[in-house]
Design a protein around this ligand. Structure first.
Ligand code: BV8
Length: 225
């Protein structure tokens, strides 16, 4: 089991030009969560949801990993087998920075899921044209992301790792979404040292042993050195 578990959120990708969700210019400012990140919203207006995720896929593909992503990849390279990144982000900047053990608790933009045959697959283009599923041929492909009210991915694996780690670091998240936001409680209950590295304090701050405020591209390289 990895000694260090790192949970990341939208804040680690902010300096790569990918908008966060709940800041003043956040993604949710343009769209109500209920309209674009729920199964009900998708059923009501699939074209709107495809446009929302197709645009985010294009933005993420054009973005580059930043010094915070690279610092985590370097940490893993120095401690093989000792580090796992659990990310709430659906971009692939951790992987493109060189991280090898990454778990996407909320899914991935570069994957699609077929609602007819439940196949999950890599997907690098738009879904708005309702392409046919390569496996079953039905035009029922959706982004392979976890919407509100849907079960998150690999929660058992994540809870196992968090329960056994010595260090649990949380980077660039508002702690607004469960179950990801609850992981720090599990880590602390099992004796891990916990740290929050975030641009600003928030209501979860008091749960952490250490709190380092500032932009991730400054705080993460220093913290992992
Ligand atoms: C589940 C989809 C059960 C992909 C996302 C009441 C009614 C209904 C449901 C609930 C409810 N109360 C609680 C719930 C559960 C719900 C939930 O938590 N709702 C919230 C809104 C209250 N959770 C769920 O529904 C989850 N599923 O519980 O299922 C179940 C179990 C079994 C079987 C069936 C069902 C599913 C949660 C996943 C939802 N999908 N996204 C996508 O579009 O991306 S969540 C969405 O928020 C994103 O994925 C994002 O990752 C996530 C968290 O946001 P953050 O990453 O934290 O981003 P945010 O903008 O909020 O914060 C950024 C932070 O970075 C800030 O603090 C900022 O200061 C900081 N920052 C900014 N710049 C920098 C920086 N830090 C450092 N450096 C910088 N430069």
């Amino acid at each position: 089991m990895p000694r260090i578990v790192v949970l990341t959120g939208a804040g680690i990708s902010a300096e790569s030009g990918i908008r966060t969700f709940r800041a003043a210019d956040g993604l949710w400012e343009d769209h109500r969560i209920e309209d674009v990140a729920t199964p009900e919203g998708y059923a009501a207006d699939p074209a709107l949801v495809h446009a929302f995720y197709d645009e985010r896929r294009r933005v993420a593909a054009a973005a580059q990993p930043n010094a915070a992503h690279r610092a985590l990849a370097d940490l893993e390279a120095r401690h093989p087998g000792d580090v796992v990144v659990v990310t709430q982000n659906i971009d692939d900047l951790h992987e493109r920075a060189g991280s090898r053990r990454v778990i996407h608790i909320h899914g991935e933009l570069e994957r699609a899921r077929c609602e007819a045959c439940d196949e999950r697959m890599p997907w690098h283009g738009d879904l708005a044209g309702e392409p046919a599923c390569p496996r079953c041929g039905v035009r029922a492909l959706r982004p392979d992301v976890v919407w509100f009210g849907e079960a998150v991915y690999r929660l058992d694996d994540i809870v196992d790792a968090v329960s056994l780690c010595e260090e649990f670091w949380v980077i660039g998240t508002s702690g607004a979404v469960t179950p990801a936001a609850s992981l720090v409680v599990i880590a602390a209950e099992n004796g891990a040292r916990t740290a929050l590295l975030n641009l600003e304090a928030h209501e979860e701050t008091a749960l952490f042993d250490d709190v380092v405020l500032g932009p991730a591209t400054a705080t993460v390289p220093a913290w992992t050195a």
